[in-house]
Write a protein that binds this ligand. Structure first.
Ligand SMILES: Cc1ncc(COP(=O)(O)O)c(C=O)c1O
Length: 500
């Protein structure tokens, strides 16, 4: 519901029953909000209320204030979606007014809207996946591995311009294998971007190694070269350089590779590029994920393309990828009798899922354009909102805008962020805070952290940042609904009318 539609539902208690009937007819919502002069909600007024008034021979010219008193059923601005639905069901109603802490009407929940949830980033299948999956069934290649796995590996590696790929069960598995391939052992140190999903760094713990977290740069939201440099200087002083640096390419955008790679080279430390969120992105013309010694992608259900769950590691060195495949297949030696000399994992992707991946890969570029268009639509629609600052895309970068993200400028950003998120959630719109940095997670308590020159950038992005629904299958009416609710939530957060 737009702000104008909400305003049209609000009438003063001094209006006549005739005027109320007209307003009900025009809004077509079946309910009006009758307000006190100061905006507090006095009661609701429905078709049924007017029918009963007519049966009691009240005149059209009588004021709404003359109707019998009736306490409205309302909900507060901090109510959860579950509470809204419970109240709608309990009272068998389709509309529920929202009031702020002072009793002023600020919104109306509509049952119809709530039943149509808008997701942050849902899977979006193309036309060819079914044919690949059917082929797997027809040829009985249901067992793990098979021709679609080989095909998916070759096609994805070619797409990103890297020599070889190994398809595995998840992005996290791909990172775990990559760390092992880079020689990470118990007691070693691994540098990693702090602003990321835990899947980037849980594998450090699987290896028994110690993470050191690096802040991000406000221009890219990705690893800060100056923070990385200070971390290297510290590590050299301590006499324990990291075994590798996990550079994360966040929310569909590459890190500043021209600044980060020479630093890592200077210290002789290899880069593991976590491009789980950035398949399809480019940096100075080259594919995200193609810069590190090893690159990793995720095909989790929320990613730009999906295999329902899966991942891939890519590298130019065929020996690295061959070894990844071996470790991912229980480290089985080349012997008919299943010979094993080292620890292995059951991490390979199935032929059925690889079939989905091959179909998805064919629409990747289309998905990138669609997500970028989603971002553009948000940017244009909210251009008049000075408190909204979008994730930057510096010159030379081509982000996929996997997720459209922004930060709230101004005071009390954290409180306002929570209020906006609660308001969107109440309207069954899935939005999320920006990742909580790893150096703030209890799991990594005590891990060393190197902030950017200007202070703790990723902590600030977490406090003020919001990720909006960004799926390539987000329809125009759905996006219009998000924009409308967001505008209203931003206005509420701005004027502090709603209780935090
Ligand atoms: C930055 C990042 N790294 C790693 C992962 C792990 O990938 P997966 O979920 O496929 O294990 C994800 C996402 O899921 C991610 O966003």
């Amino acid at each position: 519901m737009t702000a104008d539609e909400f305003a049209a539902m609000c009438v003063p208690a001094s209006c006549t029953l005739g005027q109320a009937l007209l307003a009900l007819n025009e809004t077509g919502r079946g309910m009006l909000l009758v307000l006190h002069p100061d905006g507090r909600l006095r009661r609701t007024l429905t078709d049924g209320d007017l029918r009963r008034a007519a049966l009691q021979h009240m005149k059209d010219t009588a004021a709404v204030a003359e109707l019998p008193e009736q306490a409205p059923i309302t909900i507060g601005t901090d109510a959860t979606l579950a509470r809204v639905v419970a109240l709608l069901d309990q009272h068998q109603i389709d509309h529920l007014p929202v009031v702020d802490a002072t009793g002023r009407a600020v919104d109306v929940m509509l049952r119809r809207e709530l039943s149509q949830r808008i997701w942050l980033s849902s899977p979006h299948l193309g036309d060819e996946e079914t044919a690949f999956v059917e082929d797997a069934f027809k040829t009985n290649w249901i067992a793990p591995l098979g021709p679609h796995v080989d095909g998916f590996e070759q096609e994805l590696a070619a797409h990103v311009g890297v020599g070889h790929g190994a398809a595995v069960s998840s992005g996290t598995a791909a990172i775990h294998l990559s760390l092992l391939l880079l020689g990470v052992q118990p007691g070693d140190t691994v540098f990693c971007s702090s602003l990321t999903f835990v899947g980037s760094c849980n594998p450090i713990l699987y290896c028994g190694a110690r993470p050191v977290f690096i802040d991000c740069d406000p221009q890219t939201w990705n690893m800060s070269p100056t923070a990385l440099e200070r971390a290297f200087e510290w590590a050299r002083r301590e006499g324990r350089l990291p075994k590798c640096v996990i550079v994360v390419n966040l929310y569909g955008q590459s890190a500043d590779m021209d600044a980060l790679l020479p630093l890592c080279e200077r210290y002789g430390v290899p880069v593991l590029e976590d491009a789980a969120e950035s398949l399809g992105a480019r940096y100075k013309g080259r594919a995200s994920g193609s810069f590190g010694k090893i690159g990793v992608y995720s095909f989790n259900g929320n990613k730009i393309i999906t295999t329902s769950g899966g991942g891939m590691l890519v590298a130019d060195d065929p020996a690295v990828v061959q070894r990844a495949r071996k470790l991912a297949t229980q480290a089985r030696e080349n012997a008919a009798h299943y010979e094993h000399v080292e620890i292995g994992f059951n991490y390979r992707m199935s032929n059925v899922l690889a079939g989905i991946g091959r179909g998805q890969l064919r629409v990747l570029e289309q998905r990138v354009s669609q997500r970028r268009q989603v971002f553009e639509t948000y940017r244009e629609a909210l251009a008049d909102q000075p408190q909204v600052s979008w994730m930057p895309e510096p010159p030379g970068y081509r982000s996929t805008r996997w997720l459209t993200c922004f930060t709230l400028q101004g005071a009390n950003a954290g409180q306002r962020r929570d209020l906006v998120l609660r308001s969107l959630e109440r309207h069954s719109i899935e939005a999320r805070p920006v990742w909580k940095p790893m150096h703030q997670q209890p799991l990594f308590h005590g891990a060393p952290y190197f902030a950017h020159d200007s202070g703790d950038v990723c902590a600030g992005l977490f406090e003020a940042g919001i990720c909006l629904p960004s799926g390539s299958n987000l329809t125009a009416p759905q996006q219009a609904r998000v924009i409308e609710q967001l505008r209203r939530a931003l206005a509420l957060a701005e004027d502090g009318r709603a209780a935090a």
